[in-house]
Design a protein around this ligand. Sequence first.
Ligand SMILES: [Cu+2]
Length: 159
Amino acid sequence: MRVDSPRMNLDDPGINLRNINRDVLNYSQLRSVDEAIFVEQRKPTREIELHLTGNMERYIWALDGVMFKDATPVNIKPNERVRITLVNDTMMNHPMHLHGMWSDLRTPSGDFQVRKHTIVVQPAQKISFDVTGEVGRWAWHCHLLYHMEAGMFREVAVV
Ligand SMILES: [Cu+2]
């Protein structure tokens, strides 16, 4: 299954949390107070796009249809500034956690939004964040244990 036209807005509280009788925080409301000090201003020189994929009936979860056991690492060079774009082709949220590096979330127009460890990707959402390569071999995975164990996991090799 592929999403034909994923949405990029960051102000959707998510399924079952829309139009309820109280405020639900969303990513468009988050700000980093220390952006000027800590957040890298360099533009990315490369983009890596991956689809979050799965099969609900067989309970298989993967990235680009490839489970961890069959996957090769995602390669980033030391100190390389890279834009990672995730497209969620599934009907579930996936909180994607990248170890070793900050995930600098971008708005749909590419501006800096907020700095995070884990980025939740909603169903049919396309979301981008920038990272700077820190030397190491890092885990990158969905933080839902059953998804991670079922294959939604990659090594990010910064060597
Ligand atoms: Cu997941």
